[in-house]
Design a protein around this ligand. Structure first.
Ligand code: SAM
Ligand code: SF4
Length: 338
């Protein structure tokens, strides 16, 4: 590999250092959450998927270019066959000091059987997505999910010693009234929690984002009637802004892509399971790392990464309105991961 073309860190045209990648290891999922997918989904052709070895090559080359944190996501990352091998190898990079951490965003459905091994592989933290603690509503939101199974997974993960943060997407008139109980429950369990605004990504069939969208300013106002929320200086590598819930002592994050543009501090890019590098979650421009790797080897791969970071856009232009009901970007969240 030529060192001349390999800087030690990736810096975009706006001076932001990119040291965090999110890798969607599969676009497939065992749930069909109403804000994420249509019930009848067409997934990417299997033949186009990067092999696990290729995904690892991509990760290793990002690490060589200064990446310090990798989050595996999807789709449901834990349903990809043999995924543990990739996780273990990335865990070894953490042990060797080449990476600060490898984390996973999961719907929790596989954790009952996988939590211990994840811990053993060197994963220390998980984001687990749960939008409600009401089993009926959970089924309605996820269409195919079983809350009991997810809660068993959570218990297994906690027992294994993994730190857990809950992710909940705020949905108008659906889980709006449950978020307070979730904050209290997360506190009892010793979990931090993040609430997320629905983002206009991909066609979701009969569901309508205008109906789903609930601004987090409203959620925060509602939660403030029950809890004392104190602004916190805590910074995560992600886009959330945090408060401390004084009654529980836990952190509560708000991810507000719609009401508050968080792009100025963006430090991350996203790789799909077919090897497309998206420099922004909310834009369509991408670079074909699969092609670069397969035709140019690791030199070609690094060159393609460096070139792509050089055109990372300033930010996204998400809009949800009745006048513009179509998705702002056509791909679904499961393609680029959360
Ligand atoms: N399947 C895993 C899960 O659900 O955690 C990982 C992938 S999922 C795409 C990652 C995160 O994105 C989840 O927390 C999910 O709730 C969130 N998400 C999915 N579609 C979304 C959308 N349109 N707007 C906002 N968040 C979304
Ligand atoms: Fe699957 Fe996660 Fe999307 Fe739900 S949010 S359908 S669990 S990828």
């Amino acid at each position: 590999m030529e060192d001349i073309i390999s800087p030690k860190s990736l810096v975009d045209p706006f001076g932001r250092t990119v040291d965090y990648i999110r890798v969607s290891v599969t676009d497939r999922c065992d749930f069909r959450c109403v804000y994420c997918m249509a019930e009848q989904m067409t997934f990417l052709p299997k033949a186009e998927l990067l092999s696990l070895e290729e995904l690892e090559q991509v990760c290793r080359n990002f690490i060589a270019l200064g990446t310090r944190k990798i989050r595996l996501t999807g789709g449901e990352p834990l349903v990809r066959r043999n995924i543990m091998q990739l996780i273990r190898n990335l865990g070894d990079e953490v042990r060797a000091g080449n990476l600060d951490e490898v984390t996973i965003t999961t719907n929790g459905s596989q954790l009952n059987k996988m939590a211990d091994e994840l811990m053993d592989c060197g994963v220390k933290r998980l984001n687990i997505s749960i939008d409600t603690l009401d089993p009926g509503k959970f089924r309605k939101i996820t269409r195919w999910g079983d809350l009991d199974k997810v809660l068993e997974g959570l218990t297994a993960a906690k027992k294994a010693g993994l730190a857990i943060k809950l992710n909940a997407v705020a949905l108008k008139g659906v889980n709006e009234s449950d978020l307070g109980d979730m904050v209290a429950w997360a506190g009892d369990q010793g979990f931090d929690m993040t609430v997320i605004e629905v983002m206009p990504m991909g066609d979701i069939g009969n569901e309508n984002r205008v109906d789903q969208y609930l601004p987090l300013s409203q959620v925060r106002a509602d939660l403030s009637e029950r809890f004392t929320l104190t602004d916190s200086a805590h910074q995560s590598p992600g886009p959330a802004r945090y408060v401390t819930v004084e009654e529980t002592g836990r952190r509560l994050g708000f991810i507000t892509p719609m009401t508050h543009n968080f792009c100025e501090s963006c430090n991350r890019v996203r790789v799909t399971c077919t090897g497309q590098l998206y420099m922004c979650l909310g834009q369509d421009d991408n670079a074909d790392l699969a092609k670069a790797l397969r035709s140019g080897g690791e030199d070609g791969l690094r060159e393609a990464i460096i070139e792509a970071i050089g055109r990372k856009p300033k930010g996204h232009d998400f809009i949800i309105s009745r006048r513009a009901p179509a998705a702002s970007v056509s791909r679904h969240m499961n393609v680029t991961g959360g």
